[in-house]
Design a binder for this molecule. Structure first.
Ligand SMILES: [Zn+2]
Length: 98
């Protein structure tokens, strides 16, 4: 895996080959965010970067609950209707004071 860069308070790994790239692209994802670490299958464009930064803010709000909450919402609503994905897409606001 490539060395990370530090951008907007996050570590960004661009993994354009290898296992991480294969896992991301096989499932159709451009990037995945774990706390303040973002792993991208290619250099993220502005829209993808904004999306991932919204997930970072969700992690900041939910802490270690993020992953179980995310997976539960995913099981219930699917990917496109997952409220955390809808917020990351800018469609809704889950944390209105921001
Ligand atoms: Zn997302």
């Amino acid at each position: 895996m490539a060395l990370p860069r530090f951008r907007d308070g996050c570590f960004l790994y661009v993994s354009d080959r290898g296992l991480a790239h294969l896992l991301l692209t096989r499932r159709g994802f451009a990037a995945i965010t774990l706390g303040h670490v973002i792993v991208a299958a290619r250099e993220p464009d502005d829209a993808i970067w904004r999306h991932e930064l919204r997930h970072v803010r969700q992690y900041d709000r939910l802490g270690l609950a993020f992953l179980p909450v995310y997976l539960r919402l995913q099981a219930k609503h699917g990917y496109t209707r997952n409220p955390l994905e809808r917020e990351a897409a800018g469609a809704i606001s889950l944390f209105p004071d921001e």
